[in-house]
Design a protein around this ligand. Sequence first.
Ligand SMILES: *Cc1c(COP(=O)(O)O)cnc(C)c1O
Length: 369
Amino acid sequence: MMRAVARIDAAAVKRNCARLKAELRPGAELCAVVKADGYGHGADVCADAALSGGATRLAVATGTEAAQVGRRFPQVPLLTMGALTPEDLDAALAAGSEVAVWRDGFRALAGARGRAQGRPVRVHVKYDSGMGRLGNPDPREVLALARACDAEPNLELAGVWTHFATADEPASDFFETQLQRFETVAAAVKAEFPDVRAHAANSAAVFRDRRAHFDMARCGVAVYGLDPFQGDPGERGLAPAMSLHSYVADVKRFAPGDSAGYGQTWRAAGETWVAVLPLGYGDGVRRGLSNNAEILIGGRRHPLIGTVSMDNVTVDLGAETDVEPGDEAVLIGSQGGERVLAEEVAARLGTINYEVTCGVSARVPREPA
Ligand SMILES: *Cc1c(COP(=O)(O)O)cnc(C)c1O
């Protein structure tokens, strides 16, 4: 019995990576993205499982994440994908990470750091093919940057890359636009520097279009068994790696009209039993789930009723129940024949599965499933 615990199924991460690797065109590497502490699942455990499942590279977003992952997996090529302050850059390089470059000033800084550390910095030149976020939007500047990196002895040109804005939207044509733009830029760079790795695909793009695989795919969400298209991950052969558990701390009888929680947002219509679970938005069970979720207890779905508090939620068990204090409650995952996916929770909140698992707070211990 635990107040709140996220159980992490490392074997599922391993199988999901094997599934992704099998989907990739021959020769394309799988890079497992373990930013934001492995999308809330735990970066170390998941990186380890991903590598055993066929990933050959790891990626993170920040210098601090690079320091953590690089220390743990010194032999595995690591890419820090985000924008870096000079301090972040130092942290990433100290961890042995490769970094993204898209402006000349940063290229010069990375070169100076390479000289200072006596070892060339491996860089991936980023092209903004339409995401409108990080990267250089001018194809000629991207090529010029690649040449400048190659010519600088303290840098090693390792990659040319981009990121899709609408890979997860099957109806969007913009994916094709970005893909064609990147194909042109990648071909120009590789014509001069054949050993450079081109990479573009996130999880959605891997399933969407083999032409997006290039030399490597950077997969996050699917590694954790979350569906990149917000559907049922099982339909793509993926298995969710996180489940979220609590227990019934108390069960009490409600008379018609009795209310539960702050603001009395729910009242019993008739005689009923209400369970109290000792977790709440302090654990990442978002307040938007107030009167808007179903929780598994005793192998059945029960409505979350009332307002989600920081440390408690209440559940209507109905007029007849054999649920008792101490029984397990499942907020994400399976129990008996029932299942609540992170995708279902996300849909209720008007968000995506990524935000649901990232939102499980540091107060919740991660334990092996
Ligand atoms: C997070 C991220 C990814 C992984 O995307 P998923 O949709 O989780 O597979 C890939 N590339 C970049 C640049 C990212 O920021």
